[in-house]
Design a protein around this ligand. Structure first.
Ligand code: AMP
Length: 374
């Protein structure tokens, strides 16, 4: 119940937004992160400074909180299993064991009979050669662990040197996937509570640029049968994992309407940022409710919305011209408090509240173009 203390492993923007929502509801928040000035620590009640794979630091966190949750899935499952001896960890080590290795995640999806791109192990050159025979070219090779936003991914082109591409991954265990010619990308963000209660947010349509999420619009215009299928897939995943908390399932939608699962994120997700402002209960509040064993909130949208990410590149000529965002009545500015705007780094986002999401997408791109002074 409010008044209790939530521990968060990882101090990025997801932890920050969770912490803001948790504190609004009267919770205390303590975060574990290597940096005492990380985005979450700036808004938390306390910070334990330490690496996410450092058991002593994590134990130190566990001793001062009532429940532990995650800002990132890149935490060792064995470490979570140790923390579970001290305090509830949600989602728990078994969920992380399935998710934070791409190969195990893919085997899990295959076991459930859920659709995904063809894949094969590709760590060694003979494995990659066999994978390319099975999958054809181009193919995408991804490291099994710790990849995100296109990091730890290479593409083997029609005529490219597969060995040279594989070498870029420096022997890291990897899996290869066929290149999917999708019509669009969507994601289902849902929450599963301690009792198994489920709440599903409106489905998001996502556009990536250079492997990083650029825009999300929601609710995504879509055929009712596709929506039902997408939700069914996400529910199957959440239940099979025994997940507790918010979870996102990213999918490719093909021209013929079929869906393929791309990846599962056992946490709040960038494509669910729109819920904070557009829905009755944000994904961040919902996650706190789920991990604290509260009844889940209402995911209903109050308006259509477009979210556009603010990537570090926008800072190349100094502070972006925020007045262009702030003067728009439908726009909400979110900045994550990161002090080093590196290229490709997610620095913030803008939410545009507009029932006409086609118009919202046009506005988003116009806005981004005006932010960098030329
Ligand atoms: P990931 O980090 O695996 O989600 O990949 C980031 C983005 O790269 C995805 O959202 C897609 O836009 C693209 N991508 C990843 N895997 C594939 C694939 N097998 N076929 C086509 N595009 C892909």
């Amino acid at each position: 119940m409010p008044g209790a203390t939530v521990g968060v492993l990882g101090g990025g923007q997801l932890g920050r937004m969770m912490a803001i929502e948790a504190r609004r509801m009267g919770y205390r928040v303590v975060v574990l992160d290597p940096s005492p000035r990380c985005p979450t620590a700036q808004v938390a009640d306390g910070v334990v400074v330490g690496a996410l794979d450092d058991l002593e630091s994590a134990r130190h966190l566990a001793q001062q909180v009532d429940v532990i949750t995650l800002d990132t899935e890149h935490v060792p499952a064995d470490l979570l299993a140790e923390l579970e001896k001290i305090v509830p960890v949600r989602p728990g080590s078994s969920v992380l064991r399935t998710i934070n290795d791409r190969q195990i995640q893919k085997q899990f999806l295959d076991r459930l009979g859920l659709p995904q791109a063809q894949w094969a192990p590709s760590t060694t050159q003979p494995e990659l050669d066999a994978a390319l025979v099975k999958l054809g070219r181009p193919a995408i090779v991804k490291v099994r662990r710790a990849g995100y936003d296109g990091k730890g991914q290479v593409r083997v082109e029609e005529t490219g040197d597969a060995g040279a591409e594989l070498a870029k991954l420096r022997g890291e265990p990897s899996v290869a996937e066929e290149l999917v010619r999708f019509k669009r990308e969507i994601s289902v963000v849902l929450a599963r509570g301690l009792t198994g209660e489920l709440k599903i947010y409106p489905i998001a349509e996502n556009v990536h640029r250079r492997h990083i999420l650029h825009t999300t619009r929601a609710p995504a215009p879509m055929k009712p049968a596709t929506k039902v299928r997408a939700e069914e897939i996400a529910i199957t995943v959440a239940e099979a994992l025994g997940h507790v908390g918010v979870m996102a399932v990213e999918m490719f939608e093909l021209v013929d309407g079929r869906l393929l699962v791309n990846e599962i994120a056992p946490r709040t997700h960038n494509s669910g940022h729109y819920t904070w402002g557009a829905c009755v209960t944000s994904q961040f509040e919902q996650h706190i409710r789920a991990v604290c064993g509260l009844p889940l909130g209402d995911p209903r949208p109050m308006t259509g919305a477009v979210m556009v990410n603010l990537i570090g590149d926008l800072w190349r000529a100094g502070q972006p011209a925020w007045e262009h965002v702030l003067e728009r009545p439908e726009a909400r500015l979110h900045l994550y408090g990161k002090d080093a705007p590196a290229p490709g780094r997610k620095m913030g986002h803008v939410l545009l509240l507009d029932d006409d999401t086609d118009r919202g997408l046009v506005t988003a791109d116009q806005l981004i173009a005006t932010l960098t002074p030329t």
